[in-house]
Design a protein around this ligand. Structure first.
Ligand code: 5GP
Ligand code: ZN
Length: 139
């Protein structure tokens, strides 16, 4: 994955504001922050998305994400933190290297678009039928 921008950050070929690192994971500040403290947590080994990432790297990213969320709480005392992770260009994944966004909100900014959708009651029959199909497909 020579051209992958996050692989380049892992290899030190592009600089980053490093927040955390261990053998599997790197976390750094997003350079286009939605809010102050917006942090990205990535596996060091390239995987494009949730379907590709091996379970050990997935777990390591989640555990590091929790530690960093604790740090963000200490430093920023946010009113909340959105944890967001996009899979596929169809949902606006732009960098095709798995990454978990940690987006703290101070309360001064407007509501985050990612956490302020309108609730509309669904069709219970359709929800039930689809839930059964998905449940049957869980491996
Ligand atoms: P996505 O839409 O793929 O979930 O988000 C990709 C994120 O990566 C964006 O929030 C964007 O600001 C961030 N990003 C893209 N290029 C760079 C970079 O070179 N350095 C850092 N630190 N963040 C980047
Ligand atoms: Zn990569």
């Amino acid at each position: 994955m020579e051209e992958c921008i996050f692989c380049k950050i892992v290899r030190g070929e592009i600089p980053c504001f490093k927040i955390f690192e261990d053998e599997r994971v790197l976390a750094f500040a997003d350079i286009n922050p939605i809010t102050a403290g917006h942090t990205l947590v990535i596996p060091k080994k390239h995987a494009e998305n949730l379907w590709e990432i091996p379970p050990e790297d997935f777990s390591a990213v989640q555990l590091a994400g929790k530690r960093i969320a604790d740090a963000l709480k200490k430093v920023l005392a946010p009113v909340g933190i959105a944890c967001l992770q996009l899979n596929g260009r169809g949902v606006n994944q732009v960098v095709m290297h798995y990454h978990l966004h940690l987006i703290p909100r101070s309360g001064q900014e407007p509501p985050l678009p990612v956490s302020s959708w309108e609730l509309k009651t669904g069709d219970m029959g359709a929800i039930g039928r689809l839930s059964e199909r998905i449940a049957a497909a869980v491996g």
